[in-house]
Design a protein around this ligand. Structure first.
Ligand SMILES: C[S@@+](CC[C@H](N)C(=O)[O-])C[C@H]1O[C@@H](n2cnc3c(N)ncnc32)[C@H](O)[C@@H]1O
Length: 248
């Protein structure tokens, strides 16, 4: 059992096995992660990729619980500041970027656009918890005005649209890009940039109940209401969604 199997990425969201399928046969040595929290994913990355350097970023200052390792390099930044995000990614070119930061739709968009520019050929960009961009995501529990951008097209809607045309074998031209970007957080040019730079767009959405409740740890639920006995929704419309994007 790896460190990550003890995290909600595994027992709640079910992301881990999905990610592992993309890691096979990849040489992953340069990693960036936005969103450190208690340092669990950094600990996992240090163990999972023993030859890697991990560039981490968070709005928090360095925390005592974070791992101390010469392979972990930290920058404090606000993911809403495009210049700071761009400077963070400018430190290197990456084989893997994990964006698990503020989960605010506009921040997801700007990190995606800056991050993809700094991926190596065949590099992976994980846009975790993209369900926060879903229009059914429960905004009231977040209380941030910036979540209003869920009403606009965002990284979820635009990546799904590009994925749709890729599956049909259709290259996105100016008029399709115009259609996709309309009333969204992306410009037409940014849609074309993503289409041209992404070899594959892979979307995961949990299609079963979580192994245990993230809030109380229970494995028993009120199955008729699809809620945990503690009241948490275990099968919400907007939960447990992630993208793995591969650069051309
Ligand atoms: C979901 S946690 C990250 C969890 C971590 N990746 C893991 O798997 O253990 C989200 C993190 O994003 C950080 N965050 C929130 N808003 C941010 C912002 N505007 N800029 C940068 N980081 C932010 C929080 O401080 C928190 O540490």
């Amino acid at each position: 059992m790896t460190l990550l199997h003890e995290s909600d990425k595994s027992f709640w969201h079910g992301f881990v096995d999905f990610y592992e399928s993309f890691f096979e046969n990849k040489k992953i040595e340069k990693i960036a992660e936005i969103g450190i929290f208690k340092g669990n994913s950094v600990r996992w990355l240090l163990e999972r990729f023993p030859n890697s350097v991990i560039y981490g970023a968070d709005i928090l200052p360095i925390q005592k619980v974070w791992p101390i390792d010469k392979r972990f390099v930290f920058s404090q930044l606000d993911q809403g500041d495009r210049i700071l995000v761009k400077n963070f990614f400018s430190q290197d070119f990456f084989d893997l970027i994990i964006e698990d930061g503020s989960h605010i739709p506009a921040h997801q968009v700007l990190a995606l656009l800056e991050g993809v520019k700094r991926l190596n050929e065949g590099g992976l960009y994980i846009l975790e918890d993209i369900h926060t961009s879903h229009k059914r995501y429960n905004v009231k529990t977040i209380g941030s005005i910036e979540y209003c951008s869920q009403q606009k097209g965002n990284a979820l809607t635009v990546l799904l649209a590009i994925m749709h045309y890729k599956e049909l074998g259709i290259v996105i031209d100016s008029s399709k890009a115009q259609m996709i970007s309309e009333d969204s957080l992306f410009s037409k040019e940014e849609v074309i940039f993503l289409d041209q730079n992404l070899k594959s767009i892979n979307f995961y959405r949990r299609a079963k109940l979580p192994q245990k409740c993230y809030a109380c740890g229970s494995i028993d639920y009120n199955f008729s209401s699809l809620k945990c006995t503690c009241g948490v929704d275990v099968f919400a419309d907007a939960d447990s969604m992630t993208f793995v994007l591969e650069k051309r």
